[in-house]
Design a protein around this ligand. Structure first.
Ligand code: 13P
Length: 339
């Protein structure tokens, strides 16, 4: 097994998953605005410092995805964040795309940019300590969309990124996110996710990406957030597993779901239900942003005096999702949160 395969497997080690802390400046500002905190370089640093120095989190967290600013920042004791994570056995990763922009001639659809100069940026990130990368494509469902044009253009870019990342010695986390905004049915989500995965794995194969040395970070198959009669936990788990079994080669070590605006507890319950249906050809894990951070961000509220309660809230979610890796979570465990 080479280094990349080892890293990919370590990221989906039993009982552990990934913390996505790679919010761009625009996204973290939105999160801070929601609790009335000003987003400055120092407040962003202090917030990430709180998460990354949480005692015990490394029992449930295998890797952390950083943002360009964050990978260059340090903890309160002056240790650079990548070193601080490594010392706990947590693998540092980095978001390398430059965001989703409007796709030309395709109203309502997006294309992710960031391929120009990527080889040079990857080599710098490796020097800074990153051992894996992430690139997110955004697929929108709606009237007549997604178009095949949007699906294949994004899949092509994802595969170009993944091939360059492996060349640089970094495990790519390939993230095609089908958005769950809207009132569409779970059948529509299934169909759009299926079309997306078909395009993504075709391009990955054509561009000679090594499946053993990558992870997939997809959406779960859910009813649209505004749909009436939304599917329950068991149906979500069954349709999600069925969809991925049809499209994801068994050579891929793991599927690490994004939370994508689900409540924290839904994200945990869905992952738990899927793992309870196992074994599966790949590890089924998490790479959550909001679903790991929301209660911690609220408890912290930008005040250094609240660091301990922010850390307790983060540790609790990390633990719950760690249990969901083996189908050992149950909602009753939520009552034991140290508030
Ligand atoms: P969410 O879990 O908040 O969707 O974030 C995961 C992520 O990294 C999106 O790119």
């Amino acid at each position: 097994m080479n280094d990349l395969e080892q890293t990919a497997r370590a990221l989906v080690a039993p009982g552990k998953g990934i913390l996505a802390a790679d919010e761009s400046d625009g996204t973290i500002k939105k999160r801070f605005d929601s609790i009335g905190i000003e987003s400055t370089e120092d407040s962003r640093r202090a917030y990430r410092d709180m998460l990354f120095t949480t005692d015990g989190a490394a029992d449930h967290i295998s890797g952390v995805i950083l943002y360009d600013e964050t990978i260059r920042q340090s903890g309160h004791d002056g240790t650079p964040f990548p070193k601080l994570l490594e010392a706990q056995g947590v693998i540092p990763g980095i978001k390398v795309d430059k965001g989703a922009k409007d796709l030309a001639n395709a109203p309502g659809e997006k294309i992710t940019e960031g391929l120009d100069g990527l080889r040079e940026r990857l080599s710098e990130y490796f020097q800074l300590g990153a051992r894996f990368t992430k690139w997110r494509a955004v697929i929108t469902s709606g009237d007549g969309i997604p178009s095949e044009y949007c699906l294949w253009t994004n899949a092509h870019a994802l595969a170009r990124y993944a091939a360059l990342s492996q060349e640089a010695g970094l495990v790519p986390i390939v993230e095609p996110e089908v958005l769950m905004d809207g009132d569409h049915s779970i059948e529509t989500s299934f169909d759009v996710t299926s079309r997306t995965l078909h395009a993504v794995f075709t391009e990955l194969r054509d561009q000679r990406v090594h499946f053993e040395q990558m992870l997939l970070k997809p959406n779960m198959v859910l009813s649209g957030y505004d749909a009436s009669g939304r599917a329950g936990v068991q149906e979500v788990a069954e349709l999600t597993v069925r969809c991925f079994r049809r499209h994801v080669p068994a050579a891929v070590p793991g599927i690490v779901f994004l939370s994508g605006g689900q409540t924290d507890e839904d994200a945990t319950s869905h992952l738990n239900a899927m793992n309870a249906m196992g074994p599966h050809p790949w590890e089924l894990s998490f790479s959550y942003g909001r679903a790991l951070q929301a209660p911690a961000l609220k408890a912290w509220a930008g005040d250094a005096a609240n660091v301990a309660s922010g850390q307790a809230a983060y540790l609790h979610r990390a633990k719950m999702n760690g249990l969901a890796r083996s189908g050992s979570y149950s909602p009753e465990l939520e009552e034991h949160v140290a508030a």
